[in-house]
Design a protein around this ligand. Structure first.
Ligand code: UDX
Ligand code: ADP
Length: 460
């Protein structure tokens, strides 16, 4: 197979957009077109003003600036981009099913299948099709079957190339990946993709496996990471009961090189588009092979995460004399982690929902998340009417406004700027007693206590 000259990526989201931007930056001789059905999203990727890119990631603007218009293009013309490409990445969303068999657990492959059918219909030359979205094991097989049965007699080679970037650090993760994983059956197709990455990734960090190992490795990597968070969060509750401090425990165990120090930060619960979805998928797959113990084991990671979010909301209610009805709670942060505008599965959504059920008034400030997104997240839960969500929740652009007149402040996201606020000023404007509930263990207890705050943090 000759060198790849044209790549198309279907799906211009959090994975497709940044990944293709970096591949284009590092491969100036390959033309890359990212396509999406969502016209507004494509318009935002093409916006002259780089502050309007649809995905917020530190460093992304500079990469887009360098490559866009040179060899990186964003378009809604999906068919044209498919027809022209030698290699097609599928990077569309694979949400958890909300209906039918596997509802609430299995991945919804509707978008993937639609892509496969479209590729088969349009392609008139051989293509390498790369799975970039997180997919259940053996999706490649289904893709291949659709492509081969509905295509125009051209050859399709399927590769699995899961993305391991974390949001908020996507650009550094892409520039300097721990490993790149490529699964496939056809050596030439694998080599073609290896060459794309070799433009900047050392060869020894590019691992090649069979298709199924690659697909499963992605689910397992996320399951292990999420499991670490749930493990330390379980210990955080034990710390609160026994007087131990979870940060001290994390540090003590993390120095054991067999355990390692990363991903041991207790929190209000993990969020993001991947962890829950991938574990649910793993659980679903295990159940479908009748591996009950395996399924139950991994499911516990999610149950503990749900418990952590509920526990945090309950702690707020209990501490505030068992009622938050009519009380103003200022939320610092809505994104599922710092340095991203992504809110998918964010703990903040569920904590807010719990407090709103008790008729609290929630006033939210997040440096990057829009008011529309916050209302959309709450409306999507379907717990109460959109009118009630707007009656009980206000979104502001200034953190001091979020906390003016508040009975309590709750830290839901670990944005760095929260540490730099003038807490003396905040205290002066809050009701007394002034509670701070720190779901990220971000603030300084002794400083806040010396100013008269009643400070509660996870795991202390
Ligand atoms: C994750 C994986 O890290 C990445 O490899 C994969 O490609 C996609 O899923 P992401 O969801 O973007 O990435 O963010 P990550 O940094 O893993 O954080 C996930 C959640 O866990 C966040 O809500 C974060 O706040 C939480 N977390 C993480 C903790 O609560 N404590 C920790 O110690 C680490
Ligand atoms: P991820 O985090 O996996 O990147 P996103 O939801 O951010 O997920 O992005 C997926 C994108 O894929 C969305 O912008 C959606 O519009 C797009 N998409 C889904 N199906 C198709 C399709 N058949 N053709 C083109 N784009 C699609």
């Amino acid at each position: 197979m000759s060198k790849i000259k044209k790549i198309t990526c279907i799906g211009a989201g959090y994975v497709g957009g940044p990944t293709m931007s970096v591949i284009a930056q590092k491969n100036p001789n390959i033309d890359i077109t990212v396509v999406d059905l969502n016209q507004a999203r494509i318009a935002a990727w093409n916006d002259e003003n780089l502050e309007n890119l649809p995905v917020y990631e530190p460093g992304l603007d500079a990469v887009v600036q360098e490559a866009r218009g040179r060899n990186l293009f964003f378009s809604t013309d999906v068919n044209k981009a498919i027809a022209e490409a030698d290699m097609i990445f599928i990077s569309v969303n694979t949400p958890t099913k909300t209906y039918g068999k596997g509802k609430g657990q299995a991945a919804d492959l509707k978008y993937i299948e639609l892509c496969a059918r479209q590729i088969a219909e349009v392609a008139t030359s051989d293509k390498i099709v790369v799975e970039k979205s997180t997919l259940p094991v053996r999706t490649a097989e289904a893709l291949k079957s659709i492509l081969d049965h509905t295509g125009n007699g051209v050859n399709f080679h399927i590769l699995s190339n899961p993305e391991f970037l974390a949001e908020g650090t996507a650009i550094t993760d892409l520039h300097n990946p721990d490993r790149v994983l490529i699964g496939g059956e056809n050596a030439e197709a694998i080599e073609a993709l290896v060459q794309v990455y070799e433009a900047w990734v050392p060869r020894e960090r590019i691992l090649t496996t069979n298709l199924w190992s690659s697909e499963l490795s992605k689910l397992v990597a996320n399951a292990f990471l999420a499991q670490r968070v749930s493990s330390i969060n379980a210990i955080s509750e034990l710390c609160e009961a026994t007087g131990a401090n979870v940060d001290e425990v994390s540090k003590a165990i993390g120095q054991d090189s067999r355990i390692g120090s990363k991903f041991l930060k207790a929190s209000v619960g993990f969020g993001g588009s991947c962890f829950q979805k991938d574990i649910l998928n793993l659980v679903y797959i295990a159940r479908s092979y009748n591996l009950r113990e395996v399924a139950d084991y991994w499911e516990q990671v999610i149950l503990l995460n749900d418990h952590q979010k509920t526990r945090f909301a309950e702690k707020i209610i209990q501490t505030m004399y068992n009622t938050v009805n009519g009380k103003h709670i200022g939320f610092l942060g809505w994104a599922f982690k710092k340095d991203t505008n992504d809110t998918r599965e964010s703990a903040a959504i569920y904590v807010a929902d719990h407090l709103l059920a008790e008729e609290a008034t929630v006033v939210v400030y997040d440096p990057k998340v829009t008011a529309e997104q916050i209302y959309r997240d709450l409306d999507y839960l379907g717990t109460r009417s959109p009118e009630d969500n707007r009656r009980l929740v206000r979104v502001v652009n200034d953190p001091y406004e979020a906390l003016a007149g508040a009975h309590a402040a709750a830290v839901l996201t670990e944005w760095d700027e929260f540490k730099t606020y003038d807490w003396t000023r905040i205290k002066a404007d809050m009701k007394r007693p002034s509670f701070v509930f720190d779901g990220r263990k971000l603030l300084n207890r002794s400083e806040l206590e010396s100013q008269g705050f009643a400070y509660y943090a996870i795991g202390e």
